[in-house]
Design a protein around this ligand. Structure first.
Ligand code: SAM
Length: 228
């Protein structure tokens, strides 16, 4: 299995799926050791394993769903930064057989029934275009983005990289969302965040910033929910 790009211990969603040898290698560093301990004690990790989800990240989307009702039967949903696939697992259940889920990630993802998956770097024009082709002419009801770059620990590098992915997700939403459509996009508090929210407020009817309980308190990660 390839190492996951979000190998920042705080945000690695697929750690529990790593082979034992990888886990042992990561455990040799102090911060990884702390992360492993926190991870295996984490109530959301335990719940995800019990509920059959591929990542604890599902409980962030679940909380947003309970509050904002972004997913409904029959919807067409795009899931950016989808691997290992818990949001797609959740989305496919809620949109049902009449709905459509198209997922994309820079990493390969184990297939999921009812989910069309595209592998590629969303920053590349060709990948962006492949996704547009897969969508076709039908309007999209919901764009989800949980994309996060590989964290270096240097805010001056990480924040612009993260913001770029957020902006690309919003750009896709601008292109494909139909009337009444919604975008849920991961963003990080820091440089550019206030401008992003201000800009979305000028273009969407309703804009809310959510910090789900499953999002670790020390992380600057939040989700912006914007609806037409
Ligand atoms: C926090 S994880 C997503 C977890 C997912 N929502 C789930 O429920 O399983 C972030 C994902 O963003 C992906 N990602 C990061 N940069 C990307 C890029 N440039 N293009 C596509 N995916 C990217 C990573 O590979 C990673 O799988």
């Amino acid at each position: 299995m390839r190492a996951h790009p979000s190998q920042q211990p705080d945000s690695h969603p697929a750690m529990h799926l790593l082979p034992e040898s990888d886990v042992i290698r990561m455990a040799h560093s102090k911060s990884s050791h702390r992360w492993l301990r926190e991870h295996f004690d984490d109530e959301y990790v335990k719940r995800a394993q019990r509920d059959g989800y591929r990542s604890r990240a599902v409980y962030k989307l679940e909380e947003i769903q309970h509050r904002d009702r972004v997913l409904k039967k029959g919807m067409t949903v795009i899931d950016l930064g989808a691997a290992p696939g818990s949001w797609a697992q959740y989305a496919v259940q809620l949109v049902g057989k009449q709905g459509r889920v198209i997922a994309l990630d820079i990493l390969p993802m184990e297939p999921l029934p009812g989910v069309r998956f595209i592998t590629g770097d969303f920053r590349e024009q060709e990948v962006f275009d492949n996704l547009l082709n897969a969508i076709g002419n039908n309007p999209v009801d919901l764009v989800l983005s949980d994309m996060a770059p590989n964290i270096t620990g240097m805010n001056a590098v990480d924040q612009p990289r993260a913001m770029y992915l957020t902006e690309l997700a919003v750009e896709l939403a601008d292109k494909v969302l139909g009337p009444g459509g919604t975008v849920v996009v991961k963003a990080f508090h820091g440089q550019g965040f206030d401008d992003l929210v201000r800009d979305l407020r000028t273009r969407f009817k309703r804009v809310s910033v959510r910090k789900p309980k499953a999002s670790r308190p020390r992380s600057r990660e939040v989700y912006v929910v914007a609806s037409h």
